[in-house]
Structure formats: C-alpha cells, structure tokens
Design a binder for this molecule. Structure first.
Ligand code: 73E
Length: 814
C-alpha cells in the first residue's frame, strides 16, 4: 500500500496505550477488565491513531480554504468501525499482537463492536461508500446526518415471520464518536410569520429544539486525510422544561415538551423506497437540514466574509429528496435573516445545491401536504410558493399557452389536497440533478422528470453508483485481497481499482485459479458456520452459493427466486436432475414493518426453506438459508462466499442496486435482468460472463400498459403451475399464501409470471456452467478483473468532475 503518512506503532506501544486507556477511561486493569472494558479501551487506542491525521487534515483545510462538499443524508450505513479503523490506521497487526500479549482473545473483543444501523439499505450504504471514497481521494468533505437513538430494527423470525426488535445500538456508548456540544444549534418549529417588507418576513417559532452534534472520523485509505461525519441529536431546549408545572405537581406536563423534542432523533423510519408522509418524518428532515446549514455557514465564516464567495466555497449534495427542505431554509436565512434581495439569494441557492434522485417508483416520490407544512414550517411554505410562482412565470414565458406543462412542472400538486412535490422543488432549486445508473438517469429524463429535462437538459447527469473496495474487499474479504495483492504486487490497487484489469491474464493460470477457488471455499465455510449457528441450516461448502441479499420489496422479486427453488424441489423429488447442482440458496434482507405483501413473501421463503432442508431426498442437492438480520456486518460475511448474485428485479424498477457490484467484485457471477446498474455490469464483464434473462425495461413497460393476464402463464407452464399449486394447499402452504397467489394470478404487478420461464431456463444454464469448475473460475476472475469501474472512488471522481468542481487538498505528512 502507499505508505500511510504516519509513524507505525510497535505492539509494546499499543499495549502501553491500551492499558492507559483501560485505566483512564474505564478505571480498571487488564486483570479485572470485562470484555466490554477491553473493547472500549481498544477502540479509543485505535481512534487515537487517527487523531493526528484528523488534526492535520483540519489544518490543511483551514489553510487552503477550499470548496467543500457537504453531503446531506437522512441515512448512513457505516458498518462496524473497529476492523476498518485498525486497517486504515495501520494498527491491525500490532493491536492483535498487543492483545495476545495481554492474554486477550482479539476475536472476542472485536465481536463487541456494534454497527450503527443509521439507514435502511442501499441509499444509506451508498452514502457511507461515498464518504469513504471522498476521504481516500483527499476531497474536503463533511457528511451530515441524524444520530438516531434507535437504528434500523433487528430482525428475528418467529414461526418464519419477521419480528422486529429495537436497535439500542449505543447502549454501551459509542467510542468512535466525539460530542461537540459547543456547536449546538437552536431550531424552530410551528409558530407564525409576519411580513417585514418586500419579500422578507419574520418567523416566530412556537417551539424550539436543540440540535447537538457529535462527529465520527472518516479516514481515507492510504492517505493522510481524515474527514468527519457530523450527526445531530435532538434535545429539549432548557426553556421547554416548564418548572412552574413541575412546581404545581404536574410532572407529566412539565416534561412533555422535553420528551417531544427528543423524539425527533429517537428512531430511524424503517421504510426503504417508500414514503409515509408522517409529521415526525418531516420534523426529522427539517431538523437535519436546519442544524447542518447553520453549521455549514459557521464553518464558511471561519475563513470568509459576506455572501459573495459562499457558492464558490460550498456545494451541498442532497441525498434524495429527504433533505430538500434545505432549499427554502437557505432562502429563509439569506432573505429574512441576512437581508439579501430575493434574486441574489436565489442565485446563491441555485449555485449551492445539487440533487441525487435514487428512484423511479412513484410511491417513493416524496410529497408533503400543504396543510402540514403550513403548521410545522409556515415560513418555508410561503417561500416555496414564491419559488414556484417565479419558476412558473419562467415556464410560461418559455412555453406560452401550455397549461398542461405548467401543471406537470409545478412544485405544487393540485387536485384534491394541495401537496408539495419535493423532487420538483429539488430540481428547481439545484444546479445539477443526477440519477444513479445509466439506465436510471435516462429513464428519469424520459419519464419521471421529463418536462424538467426538456426545459433544462444541461442540468441532468448520470453518476453511476459505486462501492468501497476497502469495505467490501479489504475488510470483508481478506483472503481474496491477499491473493489479488500477491498477483498485482502490493495493495495500491485498493485505491486504483482499474488496476484489477491486470488480473485478466491470471484467469488463464491454473495455479491462480486453484488458489481463487480455495479462497472462495474458505469463505463458504465461514458462511456455513454462521448459517448453522444463526439459522440452524447446515450448508455444504462445496455447493454453489446462490445469494440474494437486499430489502424485501415486491419489485425486487424475491418471489421469483422462491418459485425457482420450488421448481428445483419438484425436479429432485421426481428424480429429474435437469438444472440441478448442489446449491445453497441464501437470502438476507428486511421488510418494512408495515409492508405486508413483502412479509408474506418472507414467510413463504422461510416455509420453503424448512420443508426443503428437512427432506432427505432433497437436502443433498439443495439447501435454503434465510439468514436473519441482514446488515453491513452480515454482508461482509455473505458476499465473499457468493458464487451467484441474484439481481432479478423487474426491468425499469431498480434505480441502480449496489449488492450487484459488491457481489461482482467478490467473484460472484450475476444472474439478472437488464435493470439498474446490471446493464453496466454486463457491458463491462461481457455478455458471456453474465446470465441474462427476462424482459427489458421497454418490453416490461409495454406489457404493463396493455392487458396482461398472468393466469395464462400458469395454465400453459406445467412447472409453474405445480410450483404455485404447492404454495396453496401443498407442502409450502403458509399464512397469507392465498393472498400472495391471488395477487400473482390476477394482477402480478411486477410481472413475475411473465419472466418465470426465462428465469428458470437461465438458472439451468447457470447449473450447466457450474459443472465446469475451471471455466467457472475463469469467468469469476474475469468478472473481478473487469469490475474496477464500480469503485466508489470512480463515482466520487465523476461527481467532482461533472457536478462539484472540487479539487483534492492532500494534508501534509508528519
Ligand atoms: O436501486 C437502489 C439504489 O442502488 C435504490 O432503490 C435505493 O438507492 C440505492 C442507492 O442509489 C433507494 N432507496 C430509497 N430510494 N432509492 C429510499 C427511499 C426512501 C427512504 C429510504 C430509502
């Protein structure tokens, strides 16, 4: 690796530091320390090894006064910090030796590291991968988010059904975090507004909440940069504690407002790719935005005066519409508080914000009822109306007499209750809009945001998502990382993933292929141990490891995967081994607690798993393991073991997907539709190395538009019929199966039956290919060699070049 610019510690030094932290931070000694004491002391020791770099980064940023990227996101899925920070600080080996010298089992201590689950899925993990790449690329950047007390729920299965348990992730304290109460902010809600001349107004909030930040370090890999992520926690402002009520014995009333303030950051909304439109959610969004904008302005003022340079020094990336209320908030600050003219304020605002859209699903496009905004954020609603008014005048001038276009473009949705379309507000208030994969960006401009793309085509970009090779190779798959490093000579490739192309020739080397297979087998063994302890399923480490890991959502079509498993079951039962190779079918993923249709699919998957695994005729060939509580930590275990990556969403529905990239980079071949980033994966790895099936987005849209009768497929396809019949009243009958099948045969919104035959036949081709292990390994190596493009470093480079126009600021060396 490029030598990290700091002096390496010795095991003795680490031991000394560890004992010091044990004494000072925990008040104990190694003899009487609990495992938790040791973990906390170790974490502090490792953190200390990043602090010098952080301070140097801050100093370099202060001196350069550069343009900063501020990433605003309601979600971050950071994953565990210990393993990452050990590797990034170069203390992994010495810390291990130090622990062993003290008679402590490093694995036992590492197991206590808790992953902060401050996100739902791909969107939150993308934010974390981008922060990792920003730091690694020496880009001055800060991530802003919410420090939820409770992260994404923990998933358990009870009788095969999902049960949710709260995730009190910081119960033992989070040693990675620095509290910064000095930088607290006061945030208003509710209340009323008074005109103050011109476009100005005075907003008198009815309630004030305190935002208290803490930050965590975001180290770059192989460089001196350490950036931060700043997370806000809501607290009651002291004035909201009503002592007079307390004095009068009304304790409940006295603390009520206090409790209410805290609830803002109490819990993450567990919905992925859907919107609920609850008041508390909007409160969270505004809380995040208001705290972060004030902090951004505070930081700007450390080195700059006035507002002229603001848009040169600040670019704010909005991660989906969740933080879009930042647009009227900045306008409010500039116009009402700073006294700028509307036009000047608007010109600044429009040069500061850029917006990433992550979806095409109509149910994911956020809108807020005007009534709710009027109550919660009265001044923001006025500002939104004014923004819309000015914007629609421009539209009318450009397209005279086109009332329909005005209606389509308006920020306000009419018809029934008026609602604010947050995506429209985002486009109007930003200088750039991007989708997250080539197909998605194209479909955005052709469908969801078409009228905007016609009006301002130059504002639309594509930035294909990427993933951190540090997190998903170095941390998650040390075996494969070592093998690749041995071939490429060092670990520099982890910062320059295009260098994986040099592995191309290794595919032809039988010895390398044997090592590759050995690594994959070892990883499957580790996964098998986990599957046995967590799901009670024994997996064969030589079986094809067939993995589908993602949120449960109908459009992602886990049901299609389950139907194929039933087909295999039937074939094995009747002694027909077509398409049958030893397979471990692995599922991981959560469903939103209120998403009943997705939960029905989950129960079916567990029911099928139980029957298949218990059947002695079938078990030698086929096992199904639904691993509970899928999260970043589990992903790091599952992904390195995978041979086959299931990316089978209905084409046109998955904006990008990122597990497709993680799995490809770990040597799994993809079976998938032409959806999201699958398209680009296939373009790069080559059609021969990708198992393609099913309708493309155009065909799917056409089928959905016309009359579609799913029952015809059921009637004409014997295997399909048998599979479905086995779900209602057959061996796989479970609660809700009738509803599930009813929907499938009458509506089948996601065209599962239309793609069924193509999928099953394609799986037969997978089985055929798996039989030739040498050829499979060649393809696996080529997949990795050609997947360098999917590094989040490349994604960050694209953003820097096309959108942010920022330059790296490498900190000095020590
Ligand atoms: O295709 C994925 C994409 O890879 C998309 O569904 C996901 O974002 C990933 C990263 O770009 C996504 N999540 C949400 N919208 N799109 C979402 C919406 C509301 C709440 C939480 C998450």
């Amino acid at each position: 690796m490029t030598q990290v610019s700091h002096v390496r510690a010795t095991p003795t030094e680490i031991e000394f530091e560890l004992l010091g932290n044990l004494a000072r931070a925990r008040g104990t000694t190694v003899e009487s320390a609990s495992a938790q004491d040791l973990y906390q002391a170790l974490a502090l020791t490792v953190r200390d090894h990043l602090i010098d770099r952080y301070i140097r980064t801050t100093k370099a940023h202060y001196e350069a006064n550069p343009r900063f990227v501020y990433y605003l996101s309601a979600e971050y899925m950071l994953g565990r910090q210990l393993g990452q920070n050990l590797l990034y600080s170069g203390t992994a080996d010495v810390a291990r030796s130090a622990l062993e010298a003290l008679g402590v089992d490093p694995a036992e201590v590492a197991a206590l590291d808790v992953e902060p689950g401050l996100g739902n899925g791909g969107l939150g993990r993308l934010a974390a991968c981008l922060l990792d790449a920003l730091a690694t690329s020496d880009i001055p950047a800060v991530g802003y988010g919410i420090r939820y007390d409770f992260g994404i729920f923990k998933q358990e299965f009870r009788g095969g059904a999902q049960a949710e348990r709260p995730d009190d992730w910081a119960y033992y304290g989070n040693p990675w975090e620095f509290r910064a109460p000095d930088d607290q902010q006061h945030i208003g809600f509710y209340g009323s507004t008074e005109p103050a001349g011109g476009n100005r107004a005075v907003w008198t909030p009815g309630e004030t909440v305190l935002g208290e930040p803490s930050h965590m370090l975001v180290p770059g890999y192989g460089t001196g940069t350490v950036n931060i992520i700043r997370l806000w926690r809501a607290r009651s402002a002291p004035e909201s504690f009503d002592l007079s009520q307390f004095g009068a014995g009304r304790y409940g009333e006295a603390v009520e407002a206090m409790v209410r303030s805290g609830t803002i950051s109490a819990v993450l909304y567990p919905d992925d790719s859907t919107e609920l439109g609850r008041e508390l959610r909007l409160k969270q969004q505004y809380f995040l935005v208001a705290c972060s904008l004030r902090d951004i302005i505070r930081r700007y003022r450390l080195r700059n005066d006035g507002w002229d340079a603001f848009a040169d020094k600040v670019v704010i990336q909005l991660n989906d519409t969740h933080p879009v209320i930042a647009i009227p908030e900045l306008m409010r600050i500039l116009v009402d508080e700073e006294g700028l003219a509307w036009e000047q304020a608007w010109s600044i605002t429009r040069r500061v914000f850029a917006y990433t859209c992550h979806t095409l699903l109509p149910e994911a496009l956020e809108t807020w009822p005007v009534g709710l905004l009027r109550r919660l954020l009265p001044r923001h609603l006025e500002i939104i109306y004014l923004i819309n008014h000015v914007f629609l005048q421009e539209v009318a001038a450009l397209y005279p007499g086109d009332a329909d276009r005005l209606r389509r473009l308006s920020i306000i949705e009419e018809g029934g209750e008026q609602r604010v379309r947050m995506a429209h507000l985002a486009v109007v208030g930003s200088f750039a809009v991007n989708g997250v994969a080539a197909l998605h960006s194209r479909l955005l401009t052709e469908t969801t945001l078409r009228a905007f793309a016609e009006m301002m085509p130059r504002q639309f970009h594509n930035v294909t998502n990427g993933i951190s090779p540090r997190r998903f190779l170095l941390v998650a798959n040390p075996g494969l990382t070592r093998l690749i490093s041995a071939r490429l000579g060092g670990t520099d490739w982890l910062r320059d993933l295009d260098r994986l192309a040099e592995l191309e020739a290794a595919a032809g080397d039988p010895d390398f292929r044997a090592r590759w297979r050995a690594v994959k087998r070892r990883n499957r063994q580790d996964l098998a141990a986990h599957a046995l302890s967590e799901a009670g399923v024994s997996l064969d480490p030589d079986a094809l490891c067939d993995v589908m890991i993602k949120r449960f959502h109908e459009y992602k079509r886990q049901l299609l995967r389950v139907l194929h498993v039933i087909v295999l079951y039937h074939r094995i039962k009747r002694g027909d081994l077509t398409g049958v190779v030893r397979r471990s079918v692995v599922f991981g993923g959560k469903a939103a607690p209120g998403y009943h249709a997705a939960k029905r699919v989950m129960l079916l998957a567990n029911t099928v798993a139980e029957v298949v695994n218990a059947d002695p005729d079938v078990a030698p060939y086929l096992k199904v393991a639904f691993l509970p509580d899928y999260n970043v930590t589990r992903a790091e275990l599952i992904i390195p073991a995978a041979d086959l990556s299931e990316q089978i969403s209905l084409a046109g529905k998955e904006a990008s997907g990122t597990s497709n990239m993680k799995l490809a980079l770990n040597g799994a071949l993809t079976i998938g539709t032409l959806d999201g980033a699958n398209v680009e994966i296939r373009d790069r790895v080559g059609a021969d190395n990708f198992f393609l099936f099913g309708m493309d987005a155009t065909e799917a849209a056409a089928l959905r538009a016309g009359p579609y009768n799913p029952r015809t497929y059921y009637e004409l396809d014997e295997e399909l019929r048998a599979a479905i019949d086995a779900v209602v009243g057959g061996p796989f009958a479970c609660e809700g199966a009738d509803l599930l099948v009813g929907e499938l045969l009458t509506r089948d919104e996601y065209l599962t039956l239309a793609d069924f035959r193509a999928y099953v036949d394609c799986q037969d081709r997978v089985a055929e290919a798996w039989r030739d292990q040498e050829e499979w390994t060649r393809r696996s190596i080529r997949n990795v060699a050609r997947s360098g493009f999917f590094s989040s470093d490349r994604t960050v480079q694209d953003y820097c070049r096309d959108i942010w126009r920022v330059e790296p600021v490498p900190p000095g060396r020590d």
